[in-house]
Design a protein around this ligand. Sequence first.
Ligand SMILES: [Zn+2]
Length: 176
Amino acid sequence: MNLPVPTCADCGVARFSTKPKKSPYCRRCIGRHTGRSPARRAKCSAAMKAYLADPNALAAHAKRTGDGLRRAIAENPEFAEKRRELGRMIGKTRLGVMNRPAGCPSRILAGRRSGATKLAWCPVEYRDDYRRLVKSQGLKAAEARKVIEDQIAADAARFAATGVLPQSRRNEGAPA
Ligand SMILES: [Zn+2]
């Protein structure tokens, strides 16, 4: 007894499998059809948004994808170079910059976040000092960081000896 072999509704490939078919398409075609259907895309988008609305899920997702990306960059120089090249190309198009001029709310927020990431090593009360070293005194970032870290160590030593926070006194304009 020969049953008719089911075929893909798109590419017509024969689908040899004893399992009942959930979709009229083969594995190679189903993704394309899902991607083209507005209803399916809306469903996927809603499911993803609901999943990532949980801060723990979002953090886990960001860690997983970030780890994967960093691993790929470390293990595959070709991938890293392609990614760098792609970034340069996208940067040159100025996409996303023209609609966001300097001083607009999203640029201010981006600057604040990027500053918080880059200055994560520096306690908040030392950040003005650090900025002064880099901006007015023309020190390189690494040199300025060394100066601030020495200052933090000196202040900590003085605090241990005197019980007075030198940094808070300097901020109030008192002689250190
Ligand atoms: Zn197919």
